[in-house]
Write a protein that binds this ligand. Structure first.
Ligand code: AP5
Length: 212
């Protein structure tokens, strides 16, 4: 089974939601650069303080910082056999760097129309404590504003405000979508229809990877 997986797709496509379920299937860690940056921002570390303004505005953190962070994370024991990389690479230089230090086996490209993306990001609520994602319509927490997993408070990410969403979609089109062609040319790309409910997206994911 392919174990070095990249989840590629526009903001709000459901990469993090599927990754949280796919870890139990593939048995590798879920590594989300967005989550790592958000944890650093919450803890007010030097990294967090440096990247906060860029992330809140919906722009990309610079390649040098991001590549060094992922290289370090993938050198840890739990990622030796494989990983689900969610949100990395996001630029061609990041993809080239990754090919040098840990070449991926498969790239799962999330297909989703813009109208659905806007609906998903507009209603997302995120746990301040563990980072789990909910949605006011599609994935409601059992208790209002409270995380089902850890009981933490739910909040609206700064970059889920309208202006930042528009910017993130522009950045995706300009800097990240060229990775679709990059990985297709290398024979690594598979497409997953991300529009159905999460349980069906999990089935679509298993089908493209040939998992029973
Ligand atoms: P990051 O956290 O990676 O943001 P993103 O790619 O924009 O992805 P999202 O987390 O917004 O969405 P998702 O696809 O995971 O969707 P989710 O599952 O939450 O990055 C944040 C920022 O960090 C970037 O903008 C950048 O500044 C920086 N950064 C990160 N990586 C970087 C890099 N490599 N280089 C430079 N900078 C980097 O789902 C969304 C909502 O929809 C949720 O509410 C969920 O409940 C709901 N939902 C999910 N699936 C379904 C479904 N199937 N049906 C119905 N609802 C669903």
């Amino acid at each position: 089974m392919s174990k070095k997986l990249i989840f590629l797709g526009p903001p709000g496509a459901g990469k993090g939601t599927l990754a949280a379920r796919a870890v139990d299937i593939v048995k590798v860690p879920h590594i989300s650069t967005g989550n790592i940056f958000r944890e650093a921002m919450a803890a007010k570390t030097a990294l967090g303080l440096t990247v906060k303004a860029v992330i809140d505005a919906g722009k990309l953190v610079d390649d040098g910082t991001t590549i060094a962070l992922v290289k370090d994370r993938l050198s840890q024991d739990d990622a030796r056999e494989g990983y689900i990389l969610d949100g990395f690479p996001r630029t061609i230089p990041q993809a080239e760097a990754l090919a040098d230090f840990s070449a991926p086996d498969r790239v799962i490209n999330f297909d989703l129309a813009d109208a659905i993306i806007l609906q998903r990001l507009g209603g997302r609520r995120t746990c301040r404590n563990c980072g789990a994602n909910f949605h006011i319509l599609f994935s409601r927490p059992k208790k209002e504003n409270t995380c089902d997993s850890c009981g933490g408070d739910l909040y609206i990410r700064e970059d889920d405000k309208k202006e930042a969403i528009v910017r993130r979609l522009e950045v995706y089109r300009e800097q990240t979508s060229p990775l679709i062609g990059y990985y297709r040319e290398r024979g690594l790309l598979v497409n997953v229809d991300a529009a159905p409910p999460p349980v069906q997206v999990v089935e679509n994911f298993k089908t493209v990877l040939g998992i029973q």
